[in-house]
Each structure stands twice: as structure tokens, then as C-alpha cells.
Design a protein around this ligand. Structure first.
Ligand code: FMN
Length: 328
């Protein structure tokens, strides 16, 4: 499995880093084909979520996040990653191909982001009543910009009320959608030995009707009296500049740079994806942002207590054998 001038152990370590990316329901919808001159990133069609993510948009966001981790890991090994996104006939079915574009020494920022990969987690617990300071907010905005994306920070009470309404509307639509609920159930709860999904320890507390934001219910424990969500989290909408697979992949990389940057600042993050998953609500959200930006994911950020990691499939399971046809 030697590739890009690196030995098998280094390639395995780079793919392990890639696999620690976040993904919808921890579905880990990625696979890799390793050749001497390249690493190909493919979607895993067996891990699509047809009801929750009918256009595979979140699948590509997740794969974009894995690609960002892979880039960081290769940089730390001295490889300057040359990335072709949606390479077409060059690698049929691949979302991206990474080649060796020369050598490089990673800077301090890349090292800090790489170190943050195993520490980053989705934290669904209530956050502390402490505000994210402007310097940290600026770092998150810059992280999205560096990956050619846009972070819309929800600041005004009107924006906040509108977004909350979109979350609520979409949440209710999804509650009534049996397909969405079945996919959620398939990845939630106590599943001994599972290498995917969201275990009870990562589920956060059970959402309740009076909560300000409608959180998805991953069957966490009922809360103790007084254990409510924070009153004023930082809420941001990560956007791409264009619609379609390329915008999704770009946004996935930006999402991961934002999440890792947050981790380096001691911030926790969780997602509020309902309004971007329900097409009708997503269009309304898009219009509310001026019509040009494409909303890709909604994040809640703040300070919290540590949460345990979620499981991952082994690298061996993620590899496409060279003779196997590419999964289209
Ligand atoms: C595109 C995308 C959308 C997500 N949407 C939600 C969501 O709406 N609610 C939620 O609690 N978690 C959401 N997640 C978080 C995943 O469930 C989480 O990444 C996965 O369980 C792996 O856990 P980890 O992030 O702690 O590694 C989303 C993740 C991604 C990448």
C-alpha cells in the first residue's frame, strides 16, 4: 500500500486521519483506492441515506471533510497534496484524486489542525453560558474563507428567530417522514460492537419541546432538572458559493477546517442540519441569505464538557482493491 513516496504505515496513518472525519449519522460514506502515484477518494454507495440525503449532498460534505483530514495528514508527512476534485475519466466515480505535488514543511497552523483531528467531536450536550469571543469567531470565519467557502454568523435577533423557525419547520417535516426516522433509528441507540452510528454516550441529552432550538433526538438520557441548553450559542451557517457536487466537496473541506479550528480554540460544536436537509426549507433559508450563497450546514458552537469518541470502521474495510471496479 505504498503510495505518493510514502510507506504503507504512513499511508495507513493518513487514511486513519481521513476516517476520523464527521459524517451524517456517522455513516462514514467514504472509500479509498490507493495506487502508487495517487490516493482516490470514492463515495461508498452502500452507505447512502436515501431519505435524509436524497441528493448525496451531505455524503459529499462528509467526504470533503475526510479529504481535508487526508490533506493535513499528507502535509505532516512532507507531501504537498495536489488535489483534483471530480476528476472524471481519470478516476471514474472518484470524488477526488490526491497526487504528490512536491514536498513541503507543514506550518504551525496545519500541525495544530492535525493534532485536533482525534480531539474533534460532535458535542450535543448543553454548553456553558460563556460567549465565544470575537477573536475566536474571526478564526472560524477565516477558516471557511481559506477553503473558498463562507461562514454566515447569525448575529441579529431577527436572523436568529428566522433560523430557529426554519430548524423547527424542517424538524417537524422530518418527524413525519418515516424514511428519515428509519435511517435515524438504524444508526442510533445501543448497538454492541457497531463500528458506525451514534452510541448513547454521544447522544447528548434528550431534546424537549420547550428547547429553544429543535435538536435531533438520538435517544440520549432524560435530563436532570435545570439541565437545559445554553441560552445563547454561537450559530453559524456554512455556505458554498455554488450549488452542486463541487460546491459540496469544497464546503465539506471548509466545514472540517472550521470544526478543527474550533477544536484548537477549545470550542465544542454540534449540528442543526434539518433546514438544509429539507429542500423546501433549504430554498427559504437560501433566499433569506440573499439568494447567492448556498447553505450547506448549520453549526452551534460554544464551550462544553468533553464527550467520548464515536466508533470508526477500520482502514482495511475502507480500501477498494485495485482489481475491483470503481463504485459508481
Ligand atoms: C453533513 C453532516 C450533517 C450532520 N448533521 C447532524 C445533525 O443534524 N445533528 C447532529 O446531532 N449531528 C449531526 N452530524 C454529526 C454526526 O452525527 C457526527 O459527525 C457523527 O456521529 C460522528 O461523530 P463525531 O463527529 O463525534 O466524530 C452531522 C455531520 C455531518 C458531517
Amino acid at each position: 500500500m505504498a503510495a505518493l513516496g510514502l510507506g504503507p504505515a504512513q499511508i495507513e496513518s493518513a487514511l486513519t486521519a481521513a476516517s476520523l472525519a464527521p459524517s451524517v449519522h456517522n455513516s462514514q460514506p467514504w472509500r479509498f483506492r490507493v495506487r502508487r502515484d495517487r490516493v482516490e477518494l470514492h463515495p461508498d454507495p452502500s452507505r447512502k441515506l436515501a431519505a435524509t440525503d436524497p441528493e448525496d449532498r451531505e455524503l459529499r460534505l462528509s467526504c470533503g471533510a475526510a479529504l481535508f483530514n487526508l490533506r493535513l495528514a499528507l502535509q505532516s508527512m512532507g507531501v504537498r497534496p495536489l488535489v483534483s476534485m471530480l476528476p472524471g475519466p481519470d478516476a471514474p466515480g472518484a470524488l477526488a484524486v490526491v497526487r504528490r505535488g512536491g514536498t513541503m514543511k507543514p506550518d504551525d497552523e496545519s500541525r495544530a489542525l492535525l493534532d485536533a483531528i482525534p480531539r474533534r467531536r460532535t458535542n450535543r450536550r448543553p454548553f456553558l453560558e460563556a460567549a465565544v469571543d470575537p477573536r475566536q469567531r474571526h478564526a472560524l470565519v477565516r477558516a471557511a474563507e481559506l477553503e473558498r467557502s463562507w461562514l454566515h454568523v447569525v448575529t441579529t435577533p431577527e436572523d436568529r428567530a428566522l433560523l430557529k423557525r426554519f430548524v423547527q419547520q424542517a424538524h417537524e417535516i422530518q418527524l413525519g417522514d418515516q424514511g428519515v426516522q428509519a435511517e435515524l433509528a438504524a444508526f442510533t441507540g445501543d448497538r454492541p460492537g457497531a463500528t458506525d452510528g451514534i452510541p448513547p454516550a454521544s447522544a447528548g441529552i434528550r431534546p424537549e419541546l420547550q428547547d429553544e432550538w429543535a435538536f435531533r433526538d438520538f435517544h440520549g438520557p432524560r435530563r436532570h432538572p435545570g439541565k437545559d441548553y445554553e441560552s445563547d450559542p454561537l450559530v453559524v451557517v456554512l455556505c458554498s458559493f455554488y450549488d452542486g457536487p463541487l460546491g459540496d466537496l469544497q464546503a465539506g473541506q471548509a466545514m472540517q477546517r472550521v470544526l478543527l479550528t474550533a477544536t484548537t480554540h477549545g470550542l465544542s460544536a454540534s449540528f442543526l442540519s434539518q433546514p438544509v436537509e429539507v429542500r423546501r426549507v433549504r430554498e427559504e433559508l437560501r433566499r433569506s441569505l440573499g439568494g447567492m450563497l448556498v447553505p450547506q450546514t448549520v453549526l452551534r458552537l460554544g464551550f462544553s464538557t468533553p464527550v467520548p469518541p464515536t466508533p470508526r470502521r477500520s482502514v482495511a474495510e475502507l480500501l477498494i482493491a485495485s482489481e475491483e471496479p470503481a463504485p459508481l
